[in-house]
Design a protein around this ligand. Structure first.
Ligand SMILES: Nc1ncnc2c1ncn2[C@@H]1O[C@H](COP(=O)(O)OP(=O)(O)OP(=O)(O)O)[C@@H](O)[C@H]1O
Ligand SMILES: [Mg+2]
Length: 444
């Protein structure tokens, strides 16, 4: 794979000279005279190394450095500085520049510094991916989960990521559909190109078509300029159509054609535009039901449903809850500058037994509010919101009649626990506060 170098040099001759030399050395080069333009380029292109002049009219080399680190932290910057202004270069090194070269440039030195920077970058990448691998034992991209159901989801993501297959993600609100879409993009060879998300429900009927497909100047009142739509912006990358059921029928037809032919015209335009955009759609609706009600096109459904990912609600994968809780406590404790270390096992059990109708999002918000409100190191039962506790209580009531044998009561309690644990005996034993062995004995 060719390496990409971005040159920023206000002196046109130096800029062109550098460009020629490095192109001859088989690097892909983009060159700009202004920092602002170079940063714009960096926003949507993969760049391995930036070679930047220090003193320029407009943005200085230092400013470019700071901004470039925000835009693309893994890109390395080599500073070019005039002899005698080395102090500035040293300051840049402190801020994270990889190296500096003094002008007039020694070409041999330039080539060595570039090669060394590239191998440093590779080493860093390898190390990062190793670190990621370790932390990924219980998470996949940013998706936390170790339940069997989530492992299946991870498996599907791995299988489809590298293909261009359209993916339909179905699941209740807050189950992590958007995270999954991002993970697919991140694991694909499109990851250096745009991931564009469109919330179909927030766009009004009138604008959705031009948002998706763009428009030509004069296409409608107010269209003073022609504009690219999201399909074009996501060219080479991934377009995430969230809440796909909200797309109006007229736009569904156009969408169908893009899925079939990968081409379309802008609103008010006649030129056919071809794109290589991968599409991932998500919904919490039952699309098959909407088809029966004539609210969603069946042909579009089948085009979207090439690979389907069913995201299970949190209450069907309760064994993910402890991991999620720990990770959210860590995250929000850090974000809110709190020193909370964990949660008591009783409190965790209450959270694990709750049904979380809002799924992971609701759990995450609940943890955040507990972390913010708590002054202790360990979150206890007192911090758990009352309605979570209530649900546990209601579920825990049993009717004991005076004539009942202790054995009978035990049977009811055990059955309740088993039900709550979704048939998982270890978990039921945990809920009852007895060992798995004891539970087995009682069951037999
Ligand atoms: N498995 C998970 N691990 C870590 N965080 C998660 C997980 N699932 C969801 N989240 C978090 O929960 C929140 C909701 O996730 P996301 O927006 O992906 O859900 P969604 O299915 O798209 O919801 P909606 O249908 O309401 O749009 C986000 O903050 C996300 O980071
Ligand atoms: Mg969403």
């Amino acid at each position: 794979m060719r390496q990409n170098i971005l040159i920023i040099e206000d002196d046109k001759n130096t800029k062109e000279g550098l460009k020629k030399i490095l192109e001859a050395a088989k690097y892909d080069i983009a060159a700009f005279e202004k920092g602002e333009d170079a940063l714009d380029y960096l926003k949507s292109n993969k760049v391995d190394i930036i070679l930047s002049d220090m003193k320029m009219p407009g943005m200085s080399g230092i400013e470019v450095l700071k901004k470039s680190q925000e835009i693309s932290p893994s890109t390395l910057m080599i500073i070019l500085t005039a002899y005698g202004t080395v102090e500035n270069a040293v300051e840049a090194m402190k801020l994270g520049a990889y190296d500096y070269l003094t002008k007039p440039l020694n070409l041999e030195k330039l080539s060595i510094v570039i090669q060394r920077a590239l191998s440093y970058r590779k080493l860093k990448e390898d190390y990062e991916s190793l670190k990621k691998e370790i932390s990924q034992r219980y998470s996949f991209e940013n998706i936390i989960g170790q339940s069997k159901k989530m492992k299946q989801v991870f498996e599907t993501i791995s299988q489809v990521a590298q293909t261009r297959a359209t993916v339909l993600i179905h699941g209740e609100s807050g189950t992590g559909k958007e995270l999954i879409a991002k993970a697919i993009h991140q694991r694909s060879n499109r990851k250096d190109k745009n991931f564009i998300a469109v919330q179909c429900s927030t766009l009004s009927k009138g604008v959705i078509e031009s948002e998706l497909f763009g428009h030509e100047k004069g296409a409608f009142t107010g269209a003073t300029e022609s504009r690219q739509g999201r399909f074009e912006l996501a060219n080479g990358g991934t377009l995430f159509l969230d809440e796909i059921s909200e797309i109006p029928p007229s736009v569904q037809v156009k969408l169908l054609r893009v899925l079939e032919e990968r081409q379309f015209e802008r609103v008010g335009g006649t030129k056919t535009i071809k794109v290589d955009t991968r599409i991932i759609a998500a919904t919490n609706q039952d699309l098959e039901k909407l088809i029966k009600e004539n609210k969603f096109r069946e042909d579009l459904y089948w085009r979207l449903n090439v690979v389907k990912i069913e995201v299970p609600p949190l209450r069907e994968r309760r064994d993910d809850i402890p991991l999620l809780v720990h990770s959210f406590i860590k995250e929000s404790s850090k974000a809110n500058k709190k020193k909370i270390k964990g949660i008591s096992s009783k409190a965790l059990m209450l959270l694990q037994n709750h049904d979380w109708r809002g799924n992971v999002r609701e759990l995450k918000n609940a943890i955040e509010s507990m972390v913010v409100l708590s002054n202790k190191e360990i979150i206890g039962v007192e911090e758990i919101s009352s309605y979570v506790k209530k649900e546990n209580e209601i579920d825990g009531t049993i009717n004991i009649k005076g004539t009942m044998h202790l054995d009978e009561i035990e049977k009811i309690v055990i059955n309740k626990a088993l039900k709550k644990a979704g048939g998982n005996k270890s978990k039921a034993a945990e809920i009852l506060g007895i060992s798995r062995k004891t539970l087995h004995r009682k069951l037999s």
